[in-house]
Design a protein around this ligand. Structure first.
Ligand code: NAD
Length: 519
């Protein structure tokens, strides 16, 4: 097992030797301000997806450890909620600086555990950092509302107040960005937070926790547990957790939404996707083809906003051979190798699933124009690599269209008109993201207006909103009613208290009981 080199600036508790096992480094829990070795007897191996070597082990936290984490969050809450908003803001201001200083180290850890290229891993951290920067605007974001003189001498005002203990459950594909969508926003509002990172990529979260501690976050304000179903059920059921942020698959998200809601919690769940790029024949061809290829195959397609479906409208269908040529030129390699455009998939099972979905295309009558199933990467023969794959002649009833593939596979449909394309997109159950490529403003406007998808790009292939806006996936891609980050994120992690206050200068003593509803 290779040892991660972590800069001397960050004494990483990740990949430190285990007191119980001499060979494989273990990931610690973060409980009440301490990075502690789990006493669990259930451990999960973490693999480098480029080699499938075991690089570490993550525990499934015991019930006692999860309880300790909640006790810690609960104990830290009153003082943290009472800490002045300016002090909480200062912690986050220091945090964004430390993340910047350690961005490359976090990215290295992401590449090792998750497989994406180093440049893409830096983007992963950077997009999370932007949310931390946004959280620093809490002083204006958390303002309530006021209304003076609603009647004589009476004023009405509201405060936004923290909820208490909140929790987050994250997926494997953005090991830094997605946890950073969650705990910084919740904590800056005065909540304390229990984080459960993906068991496949827990290292970045631990490193981020260390940096947060170094920024001055008091012990107990952030706790981290690891695990799978038991940890998830614990979070859904625990009466002291007031809100859950989830990002991941529909299978897990629907379950967590139902179970968490049943226990009276707020739940926001960002889930799966099938994002369509509609290519009009008047689009800037060069730009569009490059954008399509980048957005379909970047991160090996393991992005919830990957542009995994192209709809070529009218004459744009003639661009297909050039699209294939560009995709062929992408370099598939281990993420830490210079020049790599895309790395491996997360697990051998993920690779098998993606290959089966490509097979289904052939069986159901589609054409494989570019086939990445058999790719071999020199020096990384055991990695979970799939090369860029393009499937054409795809129809909406085919399995490869209906399922989220989550691999470097672009499925291509063709239509005669924009209206037909819109109909296809709107009939798809997912509503995460979509893009239109055109040089006609009226066409773009029509598309943005009629398409029933939460995030629309006009000549922008991956329209993930910056954090002053919110991440607004819709339909089957989202459950809940308040989105991640932006103003919505603040709403999710706060509750309103409204105060009606009367101060009269003259004697306000009532001469008899006021039994009638005040009007
Ligand atoms: P996943 O659902 O397998 O795992 C997400 C989290 O849920 C993990 O922490 C995991 O431990 C837990 N989990 C997994 N299965 C569970 C189950 N059956 N019951 C309870 N908990 C469970 O997702 P993943 O494979 O890590 O991530 C990929 C998925 O996430 C894709 O579908 C992708 O589209 C989606 N995603 C969505 C967004 C978004 O913002 N919409 C962003 C990133 C990823």
């Amino acid at each position: 097992a290779s040892q991660v080199q972590v800069s001397s600036k960050v004494k990483s508790p990740w990949y430190s030797a285990s007191p119980f096992s001499s060979s494989v480094p273990t990931v610690k829990l973060f409980i009440d301000g301490k990075f502690v070795e789990s006493k669990s007897d259930k451990w999960i191996d973490i693999h480098n997806p480029a080699t499938n070597e075991v690089i570490g082990r993550v525990p499934q936290a015991t019930k006692a450890e999860m309880d300790a984490a909640i006790v810690s969050c609960k104990r830290a809450f009153p003082a943290w909620a009472d800490t002045s908003i300016l002090s909480r803001q200062q912690v986050l201001l220091r945090y964004q600086q430390l993340i910047k200083e350690n961005l490359k180290e976090i990215a290295k850890l992401i590449t090792l555990e998750q497989g994406k290229t180093l440049a893409d891993a830096e983007g992963d951290v950077f997009r999370g950092l932007q949310v931390v920067e946004h959280a620093c605007s809490v002083t204006s974001l958390m303002m309530g509302e006021t209304m003076p003189s609603i009647t004589k001498d009476m004023d009405l005002y509201s405060y936004r107040l923290p909820l208490g203990v909140c929790a987050g459950i994250a997926p494997f594909n953005f090991p830094a960005m997605i946890p950073l969508w969650m705990f910084p926003m919740a904590m800056v509002c005065g909540n304390t937070f229990l984080m459960k990172p993906s068991e496949r990529v827990p290292g970045a979260t631990i490193l981020l926790a260390k940096l947060l501690q170094d920024s001055g976050a008091p012990d107990g304000t952030l706790n981290i547990i690891h695990g799978q179903h038991e940890a998830v059920n614990f979070i859904c059921d625990h009466p002291d957790i007031k809100a859950i942020s989830f990002v991941g698959s529909n299978q897990a998200g629907e379950y967590i939404f139902e179970r968490g809601s049943r226990h009276g919690k707020r739940v926001q769940a960002n889930m799966g996707a099938k994002n369509h790029g509609v290519v009009m024949p008047d689009a800037n061809k060069e730009n569009t083809l490059n954008q399509l290829v980048g957005a379909a195959f970047g991160a090996a397609g393991q992005r919830c906003m990957a542009l995994s479906t192209a709809i070529l409208v009218g004459e744009a269908r003639k661009w297909l051979p050039e699209l294939v040529e560009r995709a062929k030129n992408l370099r598939v390699n281990a993420g830490d190798q210079p020049g790599a455009d895309l790395g491996p998939l997360i697990t051998p099972q993920a690779k098998e699933r993606v290959c089966n979905l490509i097979d289904s295309g052939t069986k159901e009558g589609a054409s494989i124009l570019l086939d990445g199933r058999k790719i071999k990467v020199k020096g990384y023969e055991n990695g979970n690599f799939v090369g860029p794959t393009i499937i054409s002649n795809v129809k909406p009833n085919m399995t490869c269209y209906k399922e989220e593939i989550f691999g470097p596979v672009l499925v291509v449909l063709e239509t005669e008109t924009l209206d037909e394309a819109i109909q296809i997109v709107n009939n798809n159950p997912y509503g995460n993201g979509t893009a239109i490529f055109t040089t006609n403003g009226a066409t773009a406007r029509k598309y943005a207006h009629l398409v029933d998808v939460g995030q629309v790009g006009v000549n922008v292939p991956i329209p993930v909103p910056l954090p002053m806006f919110s991440f607004t996936g819709s339909r089957s891609s989202f459950r809940g009613d308040t989105n991640f980050y932006g103003k919505q994120g603040i709403q999710f992690y706060t509750q309103l208290k409204t105060i009606t206050s009367q101060w009269k200068e003259e004697d306000a003593t009532l001469s008899s009981p006021a039994v009638v509803m005040p009007t």
